[in-house]
Design a protein around this ligand. Structure first.
Ligand code: Q9C
Ligand code: ZN
Length: 667
């Protein structure tokens, strides 16, 4: 079984640089690599990765995408003098060549292909290549935007050819449009290309009409090119996360890729002089985590841009840390996407509506007109007077506040007597139990007769031990197989609310009897997903109806991205309790996917409570919670039913005023 995270790095790729004065190219410096690597070492991340050596890419590999003529040009730069190098560079746009450019470009591409091989031969689960020159701007016949060979595009062609892959997703989170990748796959439905980019209505480099949202691919590739132009600077965490929920992820899950390639540019992070955006380094942990749930976790991140050395290094570390499976740092700040971001998101959704089943019901959405909302204009003013030193000071204090703690235990389990789950590494079965008096003291909210059952007391006793471990962050997450989910959940909710935890999120799947009577007067957020529900509902006690037909592919990803995750990210809980009850209308795989994605929140602090009569579900969830290798196979999916969508949109109408991350689709 594939496990482990690979890291590709070689300092030889620092052996080229800009030789003359050119303000347009001066930011692409060798230190981009060393400062990223140094930071990875500082955080002890390098030694936790499997280091892969780079190699030179072959002519045959380079010409998977580039012309022989262009290859000859790059080859010829090896023996040029400075004057000739400058002349040849000026034939292209925003790119510079050096005597070592060809060698480094071959290592950069070869390193990327080494990573693809390691992932697709299952030597590793995922990985990152810290390479330069970058690739996503380069085209069949030319270099462009610091890029010599198109590493990620060639990686996709290579994977198609060598491993017979039929569906590859490329996510380009660099702040520039990877027009090179777009041109290469424009007519190719086997590669889904997503790029967001600073655009400002075509006034930002590379100033292309074809970077706009309505350029969606051609011929057989129509619908497989997704452009999300940012028309303002200052986009932040909420905007990026909203773009993932409302554009990329639903389409990516419907596409069901066999491999995810990330054009991982960090000029989209805060402090970058090119991007002038505001997303903090932790945001990249969350983007990475969400993509790790596609393609069975086969994710290959390849460095592109990123010119603020501090921000770049921290963001690279966040990506690698997440690939390794560490708990994610929490996102801070107001989770409200700005008006301009919502407009771009709506535009690209509308442009793709004819091509994706999950967007089919776009127009059913109640009219939400973002122009009527006066709030959430961004800090673009702050971005007008750009001052690198100011961002360094910000970043210093910001990084100090981030919690990197990894709890000593990953998963604690409470299992009934005689239950035999196959327990993966990192799972501890709780044997300690709290005293009868202690349990009773903590159960004032429960009817006494419930505590009379010996098995119930035994479960609550162990759960109490686990709850305290969770609250002290001695364990990251936990699972309880219980004789009665609703009793356990009620007990757990009370206990957590009595602790310093400020924001508790409960997600109940199926019927949970007494929980429905347990009054939630706004102390926490409770999301119920069931087949039937009461009529009353508030912003904090939410009832959603969603029914999956068994024996069919599932469409649950739809409600996850359009509702559950936006709400959860909006709320930013400190603690999550997930409970399943009887008559659930959601399958085992769907609950696994949900839990896998929710682990991005609350530092992964999740308590899962399921009925002891469901050991098969327990087995799946324990693997998912403990991050067992090879467990993230969730696809393929199907389109949601009209009935489910209608039920959902009715409810969304009520709560989207409070939960700004829900606002998404076209009116
Ligand atoms: N101030 C990459 O990030 N210069 N390439 C634009 C506008 C070109 C970026 C000048 C930027 C190229 C890989
Ligand atoms: Zn860039």
């Amino acid at each position: 079984m594939a496990c482990g995270t690979a890291l590709v790095y070689d300092e030889e790729m620092m052996s080229y640089k800009l030789l003359w004065d050119d303000p347009e190219c001066s930011i692409e410096v060798p230190e981009r690599l060393s400062s990223s690597y140094k930071r990875l070492q500082d955080y002890d991340l390098v030694k936790r990765c499997i280091q892969l050596p780079v190699r030179e890419a072959t002519d045959e590999e380079i010409t998977l995408v580039h012309s022989h003529d262009y290859l000859q040009v790059v080859k010829s730069t090896q023996t040029m003098n400075e004057k000739e190098l400058k002349e040849i560079s000026q034939k292209y746009t925003a790119v510079f060549y050096h005597q070592n450019s060809f060698r480094c470009a071959k290592l950069s591409l070869g390193g990327t292909l080494q990573l693809v091989d390691a992932i697709l031969t299952r030597e590793v689960q995922n990985g990152m290549a810290i390479v330069r020159p970058p690739g996503h701007h380069s085209q069949r016949n030319q270099g462009n935007g610091f890029c010599v060979f198109n590493n990620v595009a060639i990686a996709a062609e290579y994977a198609k050819k060598k491993y017979k892959l039929e569906r590859i997703l490329i996510v380009d989170w660099d702040v520039h449009h990877g027009q090179g990748i777009q041109y290469i796959f424009e007519e190719d439905p086997s590669v889904l290309y997503f790029s967001w980019h600073r655009y400002e209505h075509k006034t930002f480099w590379p100033y292309l009409r074809e970077s706009d949202y309505d350029v969606i691919g051609r011929g057989k590739g129509t619908g497989f090119n997704i452009n999300l132009p940012w028309n303002k600077v200052g986009m932040g965490n909420a905007d990026y996360i909203a773009a993932f929920f409302h554009v990329l992820l639903p389409l990516a899950f419907e596409f069901n890729p066999e491999l995810v390639l990330v054009s991982a540019g960090y000029d989209s992070a805060i402090g970058d002089p090119e991007g002038r955006m505001c997303a903090t380094p932790e945001c990249f942990s969350h983007l990475t985590n969400m993509l790790m749930n596609l393609a069975g976790g086969k994710l290959c991140a390849v460095l592109e841009g990123g010119y603020n050395l501090r921000s770049l290094a921290e963001s690279v570390c966040m990506t690698v840390r997440t690939l390794l499976g560490d708990p994610l740092p929490r996102l801070t700040g107001e989770m409200t996407p700005c008006h301009s971001a919502l407009e771009s998101i709506q535009n690209v959704r509308a442009a793709h509506t004819p091509y994706w089943k999950c967007l089919l019901y776009n127009e059913i959405k109640s009219a939400h007109d973002p122009s009527s909302e006066g709030d959430s204009q961004h800090s673009s003013d702050q971005q007008q007077n750009f001052d690198t030193a100011m961002f360094d000071i910000f970043l210093d204090s910001h990084m100090k506040k981030i919690e990197f703690a990894v709890p000593p235990l990953r998963t604690c389990a409470v299992l009934p007597e005689g239950c035999c789950l196959a327990l993966p590494d990192g799972v501890l079965v709780e044997e300690k139990t709290a005293t009868r008096e202690h349990i009773i003291a903590c159960s004032s909210s429960l009817p006494n007769e419930l505590l009379e059952k010996e098995t119930m007391l035994a479960t609550l006793g162990k759960m109490l031990v686990i709850l305290n471990k969770l609250l002290e962050y001695q364990t990251m997450n936990s699972i309880v197989l219980s004789p009665d989910s609703s009793v356990c959940a009620t007990f757990a909710i009370k206990h957590v609310l009595a602790s310093p935890v400020k924001r508790l999120l409960c997600i109940n799947i199926g019927d949970l009897g007494i929980l429905h009577e347990f009054d939630n007067d706004g102390e926490y957020v409770c999301l119920n997903i069931c087949g039937t529900y009461p009529t009353g509902m508030s912003n904090r006690q939410i009832y959603l109806k969603w029914t999956e037909s068994p024996n069919e592919y599932s469409s649950f990803f739809y409600i996850i991205f359009c509702c559950i995750l936006p709400l959860a990210y909006n709320y930013q809980p400190d603690f999550i309790i997930i409970t399943t009850g009887s008559n659930r209308t959601i399958g085992d795989k769907d609950i696994s996917l949900l839990i896998s994605l929710l682990q991005g929140l609350a530092n992964g602090r999740i308590l899962t409570i399921i009925p002891e009569t469901e050991p098969k579900l327990g087995q799946k969830l324990v693997k998912c919670l403990s991050d067992s290798p090879g467990e993230k196979h969730f696809g393929p999916h199907r389109a949601p039913s009209l009935e489910n969508i209608q039920n959902l949109k009715e409810k969304l109408d009520i709560i989207e005023k409070e939960w700004k991350m829900l606002q998404c689709s076209a009116s």
